[in-house]
Design a protein around this ligand. Sequence first.
Ligand code: PMP
Length: 427
Amino acid sequence: MTVSLTDAKSAELFARASRVLPGGVNSPVRAMRSIGRDPLFVERAEGVDLIDVDGNRFVDWVCSWGPLIHGHAHPQILTAIHEAAAAGTTFGAPTALEVELAEEVVRRVPSVEMLRMTSSGTEASMSAIRLARAATGREVVVKFAGAYHGHVDGLLADAGSGLATQGIPASAGVLESATRATVVVPWNDVAAVEEAFARHDVAALIAEPYPANMGLVLPEPGFLARLRELTEAHGALLIFDEVISGFRVAPGGAQELSDVTPDLTVMGKVIGGGLPAAAFGGSQALMERLAPVGDVYQAGTLSGNPLAVAAGLASLRMLDETAYLRLSETTEALATGLREAAGDRPVQVASVGGLVTVFFSEQPVRDYADARRCDHEAYARWCRGLLARGVYAPPSGYEAWFVSLAHAPEHVARTLEAAAAAFEVAW
Ligand code: PMP
């Protein structure tokens, strides 16, 4: 059964928005252009029920792209925010709660002895790169094609043709000089990484250990360990961008699961409990290169904001062993169910605790080139089919579905029913 969406109020808001906000949105993927429709404007959400301004109700698998591991408007997080707000929203001076949050992160994340907070993942990865360049006295940064580390100039680099290529700007306005020191290599390609290290004096290699910005494309066995060996052998730093995987796939992120310890870790999303917060961290020796102790300048008016810290702390404290078990069970039920619903159609479902991607592909996806070859038109039709059946999935085949602790078996069941019906209209 197809339910047609009523979206008159969203359409009206979108028309107004488009006059004052470029593309009608404050961040591109929200525009839903990649599934060929206009965005739905959200009125409110609770748990995983997302309600738009026209009163349509969806099971939300986007969950604000990752921060909401406990779902929307979790009472304990709301209470923490209310209490913090009543005591003042920002001071530009240290508070006890930010120490508690830092201690909580240090306890969980194997590589992190010290951290510095920022307001976005972009700032955190930009600062981690600056610190790595200062610590090594080198310039070149190696990144993977299809990985996203925020809209930092030097990291908005596309690969040219060939194995390990000097980056070319991936956006207008990014100087060639900004990406000249970026080398882009294909994910899961050991030879390409070796070539990059043979050819360049590398300051740092930055990787999403479980990449989720080309869809979820897990590392092949031994790949992360090889990255660790190569960086170590060449005196370069290994940076794990765990903005998505951090506090999600395990208490200590992908580095805990894979047993590969990076020099620096970039964190975001879950750490802010749904408010703007991110961080980067590493050993004391590295982190004390930062001002005011060291010579690497890094700052932020709202860094360690009391509301964000309170929300993040409340969020992390609820993430105990049982929570991770439950998150994995829900993820597994969703992934297995989607595979079954797809039957013998050309669909690959990738998953790890808290993350799922549905690739419209005959073959498993192992790098960005594979992800680009997927049938994104069919994904778009399927995704619109899901929306029409009350399921709000990422409006792009290059994104992960974010599973939360508020997703109950009934939400999975409703989603699978919609998914099966939408598969019928996807091709
Ligand atoms: N790194 C990764 C892995 C991300 O997924 C993102 C955002 N989706 C960022 C960095 C940038 O974070 P922000 O949007 O908070 O700047």
